[in-house]
Design a protein around this ligand. Sequence first.
Ligand code: F6P
Length: 321
Amino acid sequence: MKRIGILTSGGDAPGMNSCIRSIVITALQYQINCIGILNGYNGLIQRATIELSQKNVKHIMPLGGTILKTSRSKDFFSYEGRQKAFENYRALGLDGLIVIGGDGSFRGAKAFQDEFGVAVIGIPGTIDNDLLGTDYTIGYDTAINTAMHALDQLRDTAQSHNRVFFVELMGHDAGLIAIRSGLAAGAEDIHIPEIKTDIPALLEKIRQKPIDESMIIVVSEGDEYDTFELAKQAKDNFPELEIKTLILGHLQRGGSPTAFDRLLASRFGLAAVKTLVEGKSGLATGIINGQVQMIALQKVEKHLNYVKPHLLELMDALCSR
Ligand code: F6P
């Protein structure tokens, strides 16, 4: 093995750069050079690449986003797209490919391996933490902290005006960012797709809001109710209250990664290279109970409808008190 490709795919996640750095430095120790493929799988189809030397990954750990850029490539999901990608893979003289992304990116990687015999390793990178086979994905911890700080700042102004805020947080179909950051910021109510939203209970909580208090109601983007719809119901029922809505959106994807994400990403990068060097393929890194493990790519599906019981217990015990 002399030359491997690295790409980031799907939504960017803070910590992806630490992962790229770790792959490049580890690979060099095995005399393997790394090529950065730009713009996710599109870069493989269009042969858009950069050389990744130790020097150009040297100080990238504090950077959010991904220096390789990313995309949600539609073309790679067709056989013709993957065939074109394989022609470029061969022309670039690659002996393996490391894909940092979510479950969709892994499905693409698996198809690429099965159809063309390419050695592929996946590394879970998404702020949503919605993948099976790992307790944490790269970017999740940073996103929780970013959302928590945003909610803290919102509290300052909400409390000054005794206002009610509905705040929509990301997470796609999973409520994991919402529940952790909401709990960490002392939100009065949290609505996530994993738990049925009880509108009468929500309205009752708002009714009980002390006159000299604020209220922050976190709504995960995947919740069964739209955030504006919930806010409208509240406004209709409590016209005397000042009720506002905030969609935090892509702010949650940016920013310098936390130490946790930098180290997790570095561990995943190292494990991915070692696995390729051992001649293995079709695997993804994961971390279970603090130990990095490799699992079959096809087992990495969306991990939905599961929130750790201790978080639900906290939510029951602490929200709105
Ligand atoms: O998967 C990460 C994520 O940020 C989700 O939380 C969100 O639903 C989605 O990506 C947004 O995607 P895009 O950046 O393509 O709008």
